[in-house]
Design a protein around this ligand. Structure first.
Ligand code: PEP
Length: 251
């Protein structure tokens, strides 16, 4: 049985008091309703330690949104995997399209970051997905295959159980345009097939999340697709009501 996961990527939003309030509301719901899915909150680095104390009384997990490829040292402004782990995080998101686009993060760097995270025993949510140009020209499968081949398939099989994949078509992120259930399921099945070929023992157990304008209205249909194991949620994770409805959709 695969784990269903709903992860909220808060990006560079919320003040500390907003973050505490939102996580307390989610925590209250989780302790009362005990949903079967795993719930992850990904605040800015600066809020991880503050949310750790709420996490300890609740049943959500914490994720950072990125980590440095370096272990430590003179890298002003960077945050290491060790610092993230010691601040109470369980996961780190690596390869989000906003990191790829605005910080020019390529496959080699992403692989280094994943190795760093794994060395600190963090779980990794690896994001992949095509641009609108890739999709319109019919290259979307090729793009995602290349992202997996150059990064995930270079990781030693012994660490694969620490990985979750998030398929996030770039054209759907923050745009209000969601991939149709068919488009998303088709890509998730393709990703699972590639995992089956490379790591046959992990294809059935690896959770593959959908991300890209997933909200309380479309989550249930997306999550009922056979290869969609939950979601990585941006905008709709910033309000307790909509995020809780998405958690309910995951069961
Ligand atoms: C994301 O940033 O990972 C994301 C899926 O954003 P949104 O839900 O806002 O499209």
């Amino acid at each position: 049985m695969r784990k269903k996961i709903v992860a909220g990527n808060w990006k560079m939003n919320l003040s500390l008091s907003d973050a505490l309030e939102l996580s307390s509301e989610v925590s209250h719901y989780l302790t009362k309703s005990k949903p079967a899915c795993e719930v992850i909150l990904a605040p800015s680095f600066t809020f991880l330690s503050a949310l750790k104390s709420i996490k300890e009384k609740s049943c959500f997990l914490l994720s950072a949104q990125d980590c440095s490829a370096a272990a430590s040292g003179a890298f002003t402004g960077e945050v290491s995997a060790m610092q993230i782990k010691s601040s109470g995080a369980d996961y780190v998101i690596i390869g989000h399209s906003e990191r790829r686009k605005y910080h020019h993060e390529g496959n080699e760097l992403l692989l280094e970051k994943i190795h760093r995270a794994l060395a600190e025993n963090l779980n990794v949510i690896f994001c992949c997905g095509e641009t609108i140009e890739d999709r319109n020209s019919g290259h979307h499968f090729e793009t995602v295959q290349e992202q997996l081949t150059r990064v995930i398939f270079k990781i030693h099989e012994s660490s694969i159980s620490k990985l979750t994949i998030a398929y996030e078509p770039v054209w759907a992120i923050g745009t209000g345009v969601t991939a149709s259930d068919n488009q998303a399921q088709e890509m998730h099945a393709f990703i699972r097939l590639l995992i089956q070929e490379k790591f046959p023992d992990h294809a059935d157990t690896m959770s593959i999340l959908y991300g890209g304008s997933c909200n309380e209205k479309n989550a249930a249909a997306l999550f009922s697709c056979p290869d969609i194991d939950g979601g990585l949620i941006g905008g709709a994770s910033l309000k307790a009501d909509s995020f809780i409805e998405i958690i309910q959709a995951a069961g």
